[in-house]
Structures are given as C-alpha cells and as structure tokens.
Design a protein around this ligand. Structure first.
Ligand code: NAD
Length: 475
C-alpha cells in the first residue's frame, strides 16, 4: 500500500463524484485526480464549458483545477489501474425487480465496478465506498475484489467514506463539511489505509472534523443520517395536516419547537414533501435491511417516514382539486418549480412529478416553469410511469403530452391560468410581480404554496385565494 497518495481515480462522474473530486483536486494540487465514467456524454460535458450538472460555485472549482491536476476521462481501466486510491461513486438505486424489489439497494453497478478494479489492478489499492451502500457491503465487495484479481501480491483495503453533501449546497458542504467520516477495518492495514485517506482530507478539513469509525458504523451512519433528515421533514409535514384541521399554524409551531436547543430549528419547513435521489431510496433500503434481519417494528417505524411523504403529496393534490370546486378538468394550472429543491436542476424523485401526475389524472392542463430544469427533462419525467398513491393502480401516469407545456417565462406560464402551484422553493419565486400575474389570470385566482415561501398576506390583499401548507385556510 502506498504510504502517500499520488493518484486518485473516482469511478462515477455524477452529482457526487464530479463535485467531490473537483474539491479534492482543488485542495490537493500534489495529487492527480481523474474522474472516470462509462457515460461518455457526461465525461464530454465535464470537459466542456457546459458542465453536466448545475451546482452553485461548481464552475469555478472545476475551472481552477481542470487540466492542472483534475481530469475527466472515459478511459476507466487505465486510470483505475494507475491509482493508489479508487473512490467508487456509482449509482446505487432501488432494485426494480426480483428479490427486494422496491426496497433493496441495487448493487449491480458497484459489483461491476469492483470486478473491473480487481481485473486491472497491478498494484495494491485503497478502495473507497463513496456511494451510499447497505451496511456490510464492504464484506461483499472484498470477496469480489479478492476473487477476481489474479495477482496474489495485490492487496485491497476497503474504506467507507460516505458523502454527506446536499445538492444545491454541494460546494459549500465540501469545502466546509460538518464532518468527514472514514470507516476502516480495525487491523494494522485497515488503520494505515484510514491514515492515507485522512492525509488527503487534512489538506483542508480541520483534524477534529475528520471522524473515524469501524466499517459497519460508517456504512450505517450514512443511511441513518438520511433517514433522520427525511424523518424530520415527515414529522413536520404530519403536523402540518394537524394544523390545517385545527387552525394552528405550522410556521408558529415549528418556530416554537425549533428554539428548543434539543430539537433545533433546521429542516422544520412544512412542504409538499421531500424528494431527490437519496432520501426515499436510503430509507427503503434501511427498511429492507431491518426486514431481512427480522426487525419488523424497526422496519415499520422507518417505512412510515416514506408513507407520510406520499400522503403529503396526495393531500396537496386533493386540496388543489377540492379548493377549485372539485374539478380541475380542462383548467390551466401553472406549476412553479419542477426540481426537487432549489439551486439544482435535478428532478430525481421530485415531489413535483407526483403532484403533476396527480393533477393530470384529474385532467388539468399544466404550464410548467422551472429556472433550471430543461423542457426535455420535464417531458421525459412526466412520460415515465412512476408513481402510485396508496392504492396501486388507482393512478396511472398521464401520457397526454398536449396537456403539458413547459415555458421559459413565468409570466407567460401564468397567463390565463386558474391557479399557481409552487412546488420548488426557488428564491426568484418570491420576487415576482404578483399584481401583474393576478391581472393576467382567470378569477378566482388560486395560489397553492407547496413550499410556504410566498408572502401570503400580500397575495391575499392582491385578491388571490391562498392555500398554504399547515396554515389556517382562507375564510
Ligand atoms: P449519478 O447517477 O449522478 O452518478 C453515478 C455515475 O456512475 C453515472 O454517471 C454512471 O454512468 C456511473 N457509473 C455507473 N457504473 C459505472 C462503472 N462501472 N464504471 C464507470 N462509471 C459508472 O449518482 P450520484 O447522485 O452521483 O450518486 C452516487 C452515489 O452517491 C449514490 O450511491 C448516492 O446514493 C450517493 N449520494 C448521492 C448524493 C446526492 O446528493 N446525489 C449525496 C450523497 C450520496
């Protein structure tokens, strides 16, 4: 094992691999960092002026390091073969068929990457789990690595180094992380591998923020972190339903409980639901692991976080329909925001998709505007069968492309519309000229604020009928 790292390869140039390695390269000019991917289109984009993902501050980091010690390549085998440390940041989606379908993590990409690492390795390597994986994955990966490498002198040490960045704030999170977690085996070679990886992060992360743990704790910490974050969202969303039923205001409740230092104020915004590629998949994975270990009560507990999230999206759709006199058939509804959160163009598992599907199911016409999501992406997402509410088969995805228009201008999207639905918390939505929008809309004009970001009092003064999550209803 090389005591010092000279070259890093990262398999997977996605939302995690790209930004993470760009930061490593920026902060470690003495290390060559090559991000590799089998997706040549993505690699081409990483080498161009138009990066494949939108993330505030990412362009600057990539431009500062690219060509110096940061490279993007589709020559996967060569760079992996030459590396001292191989990060694996491939996708670990939910299995769609077979045993564990709908819950278990699909480790096919990971296994493929491990077989390839083993086959091209002529020197010993540290293999780092950057992807989010089920607890005990390192055990399986170790078997794949050892049994597919023909050179007995080549040693592999597996570390778990889960990534805690959040899309939309990835660069800030990577530059000043709350913590970096490194899990390794409690053996001399395991400890030495941990030290090598620590030495990389120590280029910019204060030593007290680099935590070490055993492999299984590190793997489980990532699933647990996402489960806790999603649980907070589902918890406050469940209270939002109670607020609407009683006249309490979820904003006031959140503020009151958030000032308790044991609870804290973050992640307490009621919303139309959480999305993104990770929360749901990681909780379902946790549920599956618990089930396979015979921990049914624990599995049921975490499964409720996902079912409350589905309930919140369903509730939102039903409220729109109910408020608009029980029919939205043929009515034009303006959807503001399609990304799963602000400051990203990512639509994976976005709640907007489920809400739009629900509205289309009741025959609405949707005019969609998002500052960063492309028209093609929105059409592709809405054409893909995906979501069923609690009753499978009760909602089928709409393929009525003529019911969906994607606009580049929010004012155009609102013209002649019956209602605005805010589904992503983009800052620009707060700054619109709502008098102008109101004047251009059908009356009564509704606002359904699925993120509680607009000034509801002001909107009411203009004339809108406003529905906000967890807030007293309009008289
Ligand atoms: P992604 O789909 O954007 O990127 C994964 C990339 O891996 C793809 O470009 C794919 O082509 C590539 N790939 C797959 N198999 C490969 C192989 N054998 N060789 C080379 N390339 C291969 O996924 P992502 O969002 O970057 O997530 C990656 C992992 O990180 C997942 O496990 C995810 O759960 C975890 N994670 C994601 C986030 C997030 O915010 N997106 C945050 C923390 C952790």
């Amino acid at each position: 094992m090389s005591p010092r790292c000279k070259k890093i390869a990262c398999i997977g140039a996605g939302y995690v691999g790209g930004p993470t390695m760009a930061m490593v390269a920026l902060k470690c000019p003495d290390i060559e960092v090559v991000v590799v991917d089998i997706n040549e289109v993505r690699i081409k984009a990483w080498n161009s002026e138009e990066l494949p993902i939108y993330e505030p501050g990412l362009d600057d980091v990539v431009k500062a390091a690219r060509g110096r010690n940061l490279f993007f390549s589709s020559d996967v085998k060569r760079h992996v073969g030459e590396a001292d440390i191989v990060f694996v940041s491939v996708n670990t989606p939910t299995k769609t068929r077979g045993v564990g379908a709908g819950k278990a993590a699909d480790l096919a990409y990971w296994e493929g990457a491990a077989r390839m690492i083993a086959s091209v390795s002529k020197t010993s390597k540290i293999v780092v789990e950057k992807s989010t994986v089920p607890v005990k994955t390192a055990e399986a990966i170790e078997k794949v690595l050892r049994r597919n490498c023909s050179d007995p002198a080549v040693q592999f040490e597996i570390l778990s180094n889960p990534e805690f960045l959040a899309e939309g704030t990835a660069i800030e999170d990577l530059e000043r992380p709350d913590r970096v977690l490194i899990g390794g085996k409690e053996t001399p070679s395991g400890r030495s591998a941990v030290e090598v990886l620590k030495s990389v992060y120590e280029h910019w992360v204060p030593a007290e923020r680099i935590l070490t743990a055993n492999l299984w704790s590190a793997e489980l910490s990532k699933l647990t972190a996402n489960a806790f974050l999603a649980q907070r969202i589902s918890s406050i969303n469940s209270i939002s339903a109670l607020c609407e039923a009683t006249g309490a205001d979820v904003g006031q409740v959140a503020h009151s409980i958030g000032t308790d230092s044991r609870i804290g104020g973050k992640f307490l915004n009621a919303s139309v639901g959480f999305g993104g590629s990770c929360f749901q998949k990681d909780i379902l994975n946790l549920v599956y692991i618990c089930e396979t270990l015979g921990l049914k009560q624990v599995a049921d507990y975490w499964a409720s976080v996902v079912s409350i999230n589905d309930y919140q999206k369903q509730r939102f759709v039903e409220r729109v329909i109910e408020a608009m006199f029980n029919t939205i058939s043929g009515k034009k509804i303006t959807v503001l925001g399609f990304a799963f959160k602000k400051d990203t163009g990512d639509t994976r598992e976005t709640p907007a998709l489920d809400v739009c599907q629900g509205l289309l199911q009741d025959n609405a016409r949707l005019y969609i505007y998002d500052p960063k999501v492309t028209e093609n992406q929105i059409h592709a997402d809405l054409a893909t069968p995906k979501f069923e509410w609690d009753h499978p088969g009760s909602r089928t995805p709409s393929r009525k492309q003529d019911s969906i228009k994607v606009l580049q201008d929010p004012y155009e999207a609102a013209q002649d519309s019956h209602a605005l639905c805010v589904l992503t918390e983009w800052d620009e939505f707060k700054k619109y000229d709502y008098e102008r929008i109101y004047d251009s809309m059908m009356k009564p004009a509704f606002v359904f604020d699925g993120r509680n970001i607009l000034d509801h009092e002001r909107l009411r003064k203009i004339g809108f009928i406003v529905y906000a999550l967890g807030k007293p209803l309009d008289p």
